[in-house]
Design a protein around this ligand. Structure first.
Ligand SMILES: [Cu+2]
Length: 161
C-alpha cells in the first residue's frame, strides 16, 4: 500500500468535512436570520391554582386581545385540550399560556419550538409568531390515562382578514 495515495484520500475527505461544517453553520445562521421557525421569544413558568382555574384567566380559554397583544389560554385535562382547536392570525405575535387541570399532560406544537410539560399548578408561557398559514397539530405527549391517545390539539394559523 502506498502512503501518498492514502494521504490524497485523507486530504480529500478533510476537504469534504470542512465543506459540510461550513454548510451546517451557514444553514443555521440563515435559519436564524430569516426566522423560518416560529421561535419562542420568551418562556417562563408561572404558578396557578389548578383547583380554582375559574378565578384565573383560564376561566375563558381561547384567544383574547389584552392591551393590543394576543394571548391564548389553553387548559389540558383528561382527555382533551380546551379549546382543542385554536385559530390565530398569521404574522402576529401570540403569547400562549398552557396549564393542566388534573394530571400531567404535555404539548408540543408542530413547526415551532413550543414544547411544554403541563404540570397541574404550573403555567407554561411562550410567545411566538407563526408566519405561515396552515394547520399545526399536536398530541398530548405525556401519558395521562386511558384516553391519552385521543388527546389532540390543533392550531390553525389564518391570514388576517
Ligand atoms: Cu394528556
Amino acid at each position: 500500500m502506498r502512503h501518498d495515495v492514502i494521504e490524497r484520500y485523507e486530504l480529500g475527505w478533510m476537504g469534504v468535512s470542512v465543506v459540510l461544517v461550513v454548510l451546517l453553520f451557514v444553514g443555521v445562521l440563515a435559519s436564524m436570520i430569516s426566522d423560518t421557525l416560529p421561535g419562542v421569544v420568551e418562556s417562563r413558568t408561572r404558578f396557578v391554582d389548578p383547583a380554582h382555574l375559574e378565578t384565573t384567566a383560564y376561566a375563558k380559554p381561547g384567544l383574547h386581545e389584552e392591551n393590543g397583544e394576543l394571548h391564548a389560554y389553553v387548559v389540558a385535562r383528561a382527555f382533551t385540550f380546551t379549546p382543542s382547536v385554536l385559530t390565530i392570525p398569521a404574522g402576529r405575535r401570540v403569547t400562549f399560556h398552557f396549564t393542566a387541570a388534573d394530571v400531567l399532560h404535555g404539548v408540543q406544537i408542530e413547526g415551532s419550538n413550543i414544547n411544554f410539560e403541563l404540570i397541574p399548578g404550573h403555567e407554561g408561557v411562550a410567545s411566538a409568531t407563526f408566519r405561515t398559514p396552515g394547520t399545526y397539530t399536536s398530541a398530548c405527549n405525556e401519558y395521562c390515562g386511558a384516553g391519552h391517545q385521543n388527546m389532540a390539539f390543533k392550531l390553525i394559523v389564518e391570514n388576517a382578514k
